[in-house]
Design a protein around this ligand. Structure first.
Ligand code: ADP
Length: 267
């Protein structure tokens, strides 16, 4: 990792009233243009981490920087960060074009400029012909593309996605994965992507941060996670996706073995 990361978490912890250290001692750097997934089981602290970066939650300890500047208590709409949620969070009473324009009106962008940018964002996700409809008239996949357009319309450097494809069926999910990867490449976006789905994280990301119990167990490329898991949790959690019929066993990083379903072990 370069000495000047684009996003950095340093010693970040978060406690809620009565719930201590939902996230604990988090250190993570993300380079400009990188696609990093936060992968882990439900309740491991992924969303809380994303919400602190977005500005919807504040760290209890530690600091988060974007482009070298501390984010501290900067409100979400001043952070140069777009967000996509699992439930799309579209406004039902607004048209698609009005939904996509929303971040621009919050930022007090002139009307004419809003129109140009909304048009471009809808073209980017191939929804121009649906601009006048309301969310309820769209399929789930189309609604998620509107949410993507809305996150991209103010041209943020960073886009955060929280289980964005969780509500879609498998086929649609796969085509949306490619669409997100294309946008990442074409727009040189920095993406932080939350998922509990190993397959999704490992196919889409440059690097994956594996979470468990509020801590990052390992942050590495998909290949490194397979070939050099830091501990048994990572080996098992990532290994569930490795297409083999057994479990990867790791002891203190000293040795690794594959235990097959029939009980035999391969070294
Ligand atoms: P994940 O995204 O990995 O599923 P979360 O970050 O949503 O995990 O949650 C981590 C833990 O923090 C969970 O145990 C959850 O119950 C707790 N938590 C999340 N938000 C709050 C909150 N607002 N108040 C109290 N506890 C919370």
């Amino acid at each position: 990792m370069s000495s000047d990361p684009f996003i950095s978490f340093s010693g970040v912890s978060k406690s809620y009233d009565g719930v201590a250290n939902v996230v604990e001692g988090l250190d993570l750097d993300v380079a400009r243009g990188e696609f990093v997934s936060l992968l882990g089981p439900s309740g491991s602290g992924k969303t809380t981490t994303l919400m602190m970066l977005a500005g919807f939650e504040s760290p209890t300890r530690g600091e988060i920087r974007l482009a070298g500047k501390r984010l501290d208590n900067k409100p979400p709409h001043q952070r140069d960060i777009g967000m996509v949620f699992q439930n799309y969070a579209l406004f039902p009473h607004m048209t698609i074009a009005e939904n996509v324009a929303f971040p621009l009106s919050v930022r007090k962008i002139a009307r004419g400029e809003q129109k140009t940018r909304v048009k471009r964002a809808l073209e980017m996700v191939e929804l121009s012909q649906l601009a006048g409809r309301r969310p309820a008239q769209l399929s789930g996949g189309q609604q998620q593309r509107v949410a993507l357009a809305r996150a991209l319309v103010f041209e943020p450097s960073v886009v955060l996605m929280d289980e964005p494809l969780g509500a879609l069926d498998k086929r649609l999910r796969e085509s949306m994965q490619y669409e997100i990867m294309r946008l990442h490449r074409e727009l040189s976006l920095t993406i932080v992507y939350v998922t509990h789905d190993q397959n999704e994280a490992l196919t889409m990301s440059d690097r994956v941060a594996v979470f468990s119990d509020g801590r990052i167990q390992q942050a590495a490329t998909p290949t490194e996670l397979y070939e050099n898991a830091a501990n048994a949790f990572v080996a098992n959690f990532v290994g569930e996706n490795n297409g083999l019929t057994g479990r990867v066993l790791v002891g203190d990083g000293e040795w690794a073995a594959l235990q097959l379903r029939d009980g035999s072990t391969v070294y």
